[in-house]
Design a protein around this ligand. Structure first.
Ligand code: FAD
Length: 407
């Protein structure tokens, strides 16, 4: 029986430890005082554990190296995840967008199930055990050195230390430094699924405004569309956030001079919206312009739209010209913000970048550089959109690494 050391007690590490324990003695090392600190805050504390879509559809939701994940996702699918937790007594439910959550809405139930399974399998879990160094010789890791000066020897090592976002949960990127020191290429970590910042001075006036059913496009300086989707977004004091914006953030680069173009009424074509505005204007023909948009727009947005429309706010609606009205419709279909960048990586839901997938065997998660080293989870250069895909990636890569380690 070989001794497998798993570093990091997030979903990837816990699943890797469980899978490896079928054939090996396993020690799981976690730097925090408890397991799964990031898992605890996922899905706003409810933990969107996976997605119920066909596994073949997952690849459409993974912008970061989807094909590298083919073996992992087909070896351990979303159905395996659902069965794993249901067998451990966690009831699950499917919500909008096929997102799967525990019925209790408590991420602690997911962590509790993991803990029971780790215990049942007699896996040794060492908490408050931060790995500071990996000790290697002749292309093989011999042991890890912990912050409490302990040295833990092993035959195989699975590195599951996560990305660099939300560092207070323990994911501080140390695993990337270890992998680099061991000779791996690291694709520069960048924030992904992150709010977007913008320079407009009126953005603060919209803070807290949430818009449902809008279409968001990210376009470059030549007008080329880099992202387009439909959904829900939110204005903040620094720019925009919400599910649609987090997904869009993957294409944002600070040096590209990008614009976020919001179609506030995507269900109506230009002419249809023009007709709708005409009918509202007919209804409120004797009112001032600023009082004519109540049925069309949320209150918070009216002041800003009136300002940007360049129509005098006190102008009587029946005096508004055809050209002014057409420009207003254009503004509603192309409500535009100048993008300055994204929030810092610490605030990202996931890290894109990480250990270069070219240096990992996709069918085993084994390093191509160090023979007794494996990787799983967000420490690898993979990332997905929101919807439960990121945790499923952690579980699938964790399972694959754990079940193939030492073969
Ligand atoms: P992590 O969960 O980051 O775990 C890594 C572990 O390694 C940590 O416990 C850390 O303490 C430990 N560690 C690090 N360095 C060392 C060291 N040197 N020694 C010992 N231990 C170490 N994804 C979804 O699919 N659904 C969601 O609902 C969802 N919601 C999210 C909400 C938020 C606010 C955030 C920040 C992320 C969310 N994600 C969600 C993303 C998801 O949480 C991560 O992709 C996932 O946790 C990655 O798992 P992991 O095991 O690779 O890494």
């Amino acid at each position: 029986m070989s001794k497998v050391i798993v570093i990091g007690g997030g979903p990837a590490g816990m699943m890797a430890a469980i899978a490896a324990s079928d054939k090996h003695e396993v020690i799981l090392l976690e730097k925090n005082e408890k397991l799964g600190k990031k898992l605890f805050i996922t899905g706003k504390g409810r933990c969107n554990i996976t997605n119920a879509k066909e596994i073949s559809e997952f690849f459409n939701y993974i912008p970061g190296n989807p094909y590298f994940l083919y073996s992992a996702l087909y070896t351990y699918t979303n159905e395996d995840t659902i069965k794993f937790f249901e067998d451990l007594g966690v009831k699950l439910k499917v919500e909008r967008g096929d997102r799967v959550f525990p019925t209790s809405d408590k991420s602690s139930d997911i962590i509790g199930a993991f803990q029971r399974e780790l215990e049942r399998r007699k896996i040794k879990v060492l908490l408050n055990s931060s790995v500071k160094k990996m000790i290697y010789e002749n292309n093989k890791i011999k042991a890890v050195f912990l912050s409490n000066d302990k040295i833990i020897n092993g035959d195989y090592f699975i590195l599951c230390t996560g990305g660099m976002s939300y560092p207070r949960t323990g994911s501080t990127g140390e695993g990337l430094s270890f992998a680099k020191e061991l000779g791996h290429n690291i694709v520069t970590p960048r924030p992904s699924l992150i709010p977007i910042t913008s320079s407009e001075d009126w953005i603060k006036d919209l803070q807290g405004l949430s818009l449902k059913n809008v279409e968001l496009s990210i376009v470059d300086s030549k007008g080329k569309s880099l992202f387009k989707d439909f959904g829900e977004m939110l204005f903040t004091h620094f720019g925009i956030s919400g599910p649609l914006v987090l997904s869009a953030s993957g294409v944002v680069r600070e040096n590209l001079k990008l614009k976020a173009v919001i179609d506030l009424k995507p269900a109506l074509g230009f002419d249809e919206l023009d007709k709708r505005v005409q009918s509202d204007f007919a209804k409120y023909s004797n009112k001032d312009f600023r009082n004519s948009l109540d049925e069309l727009l949320p209150k918070k947005l009216i002041d800003v739209v009136v300002r940007l429309s360049e129509i005098d706010e006190d102008k009587k609606v029946n005096l508004i010209t055809r050209e002014e009205r057409k420009n207003l419709v254009k503004l509603l279909k192309n409500f535009t913000l100048s993008i300055t960048g994204v929030r810092p990586i610490e605030e990202a839901i996931v890290t894109s970048g990480g250990i270069d997938t070219k240096e990992i065997d996709p069918s085993t998660m084994q390093s191509k550089v160090i023979e007794n080293l494996y990787f799983a989870g967000e420490v690898i250069d993979v990332d997905a959109y929101t919807g439960g895909y990121n945790i499923q990636i952690a579980l699938s890569t964790g399972f694959l690494a754990g079940s193939r380690v030492g073969e």
